[in-house]
Design a binder for this molecule. Structure first.
Ligand code: SAM
Length: 259
């Protein structure tokens, strides 16, 4: 048994506080890691809304949790019997929290420091990829989706993004005329809102889609939406990238380096 699995409640509380502040409220042997979270018991309240949309039994499956933060979803995936769970995040402090939470809950999970832009380095495909709450923190969101599609997604892709603007979705003409400009102002047109400075006091928020845009980006990156169990959450399946889209980085064609 690992050393942290046998800690007293007082010692768990002391160590959890030292590792804080936490974004994930995880109940560790009765001790909540973020009892005053501004979103309530987060992400448990979110998880309840889509837990049934993901297979209950993940026996034999491997799972990649991108932007794993304190490890809440990684631990839930392990609870469902996943053979291997890899959580990646580019933040050392969140990774330390995740390792501690996994240790206390006795969950055998690997956590690695890695940016979503570097998933190609994993050289591994995963049956289930979670990409929850990360898209709007990226300066290059579509690139991230393209890279996930190209390098790590094999089958299920579970996606969540903050959304702002209209939740209307309307059919968009495939190839409108140059002078067709009115569609851009319609609420159901895909829109990605750029945040130049900060939103909600968070300088890492960059692009927030409306619903039509979130769905269009998923399709464009080669993810078919199977289920939309909650406003912000989509359960998708990896399919072929549409012929008009596809990752532009790494470049498709190789240039001869002559110098
Ligand atoms: C809002 S939290 C979401 C955490 C968790 N996935 C959830 O849904 O509760 C965003 C997480 O993404 C991580 N993150 C942001 N940009 C990243 C990047 N380029 N590569 C990997 N992780 C990133 C942050 O460190 C943070 O842990």
């Amino acid at each position: 048994m690992n050393a942290v699995a046998t800690l007293s409640k007082d010692e768990i509380r002391r160590r959890a506080e030292a590792l804080g502040p936490w974004f994930h409220n995880i109940i560790l042997n009765g001790v909540p890691t973020a009892p005053n979270h501004f979103l309530g018991d987060y992400p448990a309240v979110k998880w309840k809304t889509f837990a049934d949309a993901i297979p209950q039994d993940l026996t034999g499956k491997n799972v990649l949790d991108i932007g794993c933060n304190g490890g809440f979803y990684s631990i839930e995936m392990k609870r469902r019997g996943a053979e291997r769970v890899l959580g990646i995040d580019f933040d050392d402090e969140y990774l330390a929290q995740a390792r501690f939470a996994a240790g206390v809950t006795g969950s055998d999970i690997e956590f690695r420091k890695l940016s979503v832009y570097d998933v190609g380095a994993l050289r591994e495909k995963f049956d289930v990829v979670l990409f929850m709450g990360v898209l709007y923190h990226l300066r290059h969101p579509l690139l991230a989706l393209d890279l996930i599609h190209e390098h790590v997604a094999r089958d299920l892709f579970v996606f969540q993004s903050m959304q702002r603007g209209s939740d209307e979705v309307e059919p968009i003409a495939e190839n409108p005329h140059f002078w067709e400009v009115e569609q851009f102002d319609r609420p159901g047109y895909p829109k990605l809102h750029f945040i130049e400075r900060r939103y909600a006091d968070d300088p890492t928020n960059w692009w927030v889609p409306n619903r039509a845009c979130a769905e269009a980006m998923l399709r464009s990156a080669g993810f078919e939406i199977l289920n939309h169990p909650e406003d912000e959450v989509y359960v998708c399946r990896r399919v072929r990238t549409p012929e008009w889209a596809g990752a532009v980085y790494p470049a498709r064609g190789k240039k001869e380096v002559t110098e």
